[in-house]
Design a protein around this ligand. Structure first.
Ligand code: CMC
Length: 428
């Protein structure tokens, strides 16, 4: 017999199914609680609420474990390209060589933008935030490809739409950067790899084709692989909430980009660099920043520290930290910000405030230093996160539909006025 959980309230007893996942995580299925008792549960920020069943990504925050489709992140990071990882996240299995060739060829085919879509870039003011451009342009794609408005989640049309999105996000991102910095756009080159093509669109100039170094190509692949999915985080939950109204895939991921933009989420990678630069340039002691981060009356937080789920270490941060050392060495770069970052991490490890709250470096802490080393401009850091997260967003949107999940619609506890008589305007 399956295990049950019992709730006793207001003199009555209610029984609920206990559900166990494949990694033995446990939850109480309270779906019938309100119908049976009129009572709801309260969990602002959804810190303790399961919102779906998913077979894409597993995170064990206590042990620092992250797996995509059952494969540990450490192995994927070492052995897989971003394209291979995207296929795995999207379809659930590692691709055969033939499947990967076909997938890569679809990505190449969809890299160019519709000419009229391209014209829209010239309407943005110079120095417009690339995240705003990215979100707007992703939404616009459906105007030029109306077939993406009705996407089945299996078969040829899904394959086509998923690769169209994965490919176009990279082109849109590079064009957003070019426009925002007042430079002419570079059209995609079908002979280049996923990352190589992105770097070409970002950095080639009319007289000098950007030469992709293997070190940079590897580092960019790794960055994207580490961001490919992270189960029900703020932006992925947003994609699911929007998608649950049966909004199309492009609108759903455009909303995901907006959620990612905030400094508590993907925006943290750029905020970390701003913070490290401030520490380095101000000459103030580290304690000044630690004290501010601990002060409840100060809005300041140590960016790149803390995580809702990881309470021991973020495995992505450890991989990135090692990679940063390797890349800086291979490219012969001395980056003073890395020294500041290492000192800051060390100082927090000795500080009871951070230790007692399990605040360790998260994925965003070292990723900015890696992006700096390979020449990505600061205003593009969160855009890079969005490109990386696209496979996860698409896979979650697909899964939501495959599971025929109901529209997202949380409840609330009302704390406003109770009923009161309306007073006509002249009497007020
Ligand atoms: N600096 C100082 N104190 C912190 C920090 C920080 N970075 N993060 C959490 N705390 C404190 C927080 O004030 C609270 O203290 P107390 O218990 O005394 O009230 C305690 O630690 C628990 O934090 P919380 O705010 O309840 O944790 P949360 O799960 O709601 O928020 C977080 C998680 C990541 C938003 C938060 O740790 C944070 O703001 N970190 C800085 C921004 C950041 O690096 N974001 C990237 C997250 S990882 C990648 C991603 O998802 O994009």
């Amino acid at each position: 017999m399956s295990e049950k959980a019992t709730l006793n309230i207001h003199g009555k007893s209610y029984e609920f199914d206990v559900i166990t996942g494949t990694e033995n995580e446990t939850c109480i299925d309270i779906q019938q609680l309100r119908a049976e008792s009129g009572i709801i549960t309260m969990d602002p920020g959804f810190g303790n609420t399961g919102s779906c069943y998913s077979s894409i990504t597993y995170v064990d925050g206590a042990k620092g474990i992250l797996k995509y489709r059952g494969y540990p992140i450490e192995e994927i990071a070492e052995k897989a390209s971003f394209t291979e990882t995207a296929y795995l996240v999207l379809y659930g299995e590692l691709p055969t060589p033939q499947q990967l060739r076909e997938f890569s060829s679809r990505l190449r085919e969809h890299a160019p933008l519709h000419t009229n879509l391209e014209h829209h870039f010239s309407g943005f003011p110079k120095e417009a935030p690339p995240m705003a451009i990215l979100s707007a342009m992703l939404n616009l794609v459906s105007c030029f490809h109306p077939e993406v408005l009705e996407v089945p989640t299996t078969g040829e049309q899904f394959d086509r739409t998923a690769s169209l999105l994965l490919s176009k996000v990279r082109t849109i991102a590079a064009f957003a950067y070019r426009m925002a910095s007042g430079k002419p756009i570079n059209h995609p080159n079908p002979n280049l790899s996923y990352c190589g093509n992105f770097l070409h669109m970002m950095f080639s100039d009319p007289y000098q084709e950007y030469e992709v170094s293997p070190v940079v190509d590897k580092a960019l692949n790794l960055f994207l692989v580490l961001h490919a999915d992270h189960e029900q985080n703020c932006s992925t939950s947003t994609v699911r909430v929007v998608g649950s109204s049966r909004a199309n895939l492009f609108s759903s991921v455009a909303a995901g980009v907006c959620a990612l933009w905030g400094p508590l989420h993907g925006g943290a990678n750029a905020a970390v660099i701003a913070m490290l630069e401030d520490i380095k340039d101000s000459g103030r002691p580290l304690n000044h920043y630690l004290d501010r981060a601990k002060d409840k009356d100060d809005q300041f937080k140590l960016m790149g520290f803390g995580h809702r789920v990881y309470k021991n270490f973020d495995p992505r941060s450890l991989i990135l930290k090692n990679q940063v050392h390797e890349v800086l060495k291979a490219l012969n770069i001395q980056d003073g910000l890395l020294d500041v970052a290492l000192e800051l991490e060390e100082a927090t490890l000795k500080d009871d405030y951070f230790v007692s709250r399990n605040l360790y470096p998260n994925v965003d802490f070292y990723s900015g230093i890696l992006l700096r080393a390979i020449g990505i401009p600061l205003n593009m850091y969160t855009v890079m996160f969005a490109i990386g997260r696209m496979p996860g967003w698409i896979a979650n949107w697909k899964e939501l539909h495959d599971h025929k999940q109901r529209i997202s619609r949380p409840r609330q506890i009302y704390t406003g006025e109770t009923t009161r008589p309306f007073i006509p305007l002249m009497e007020r």
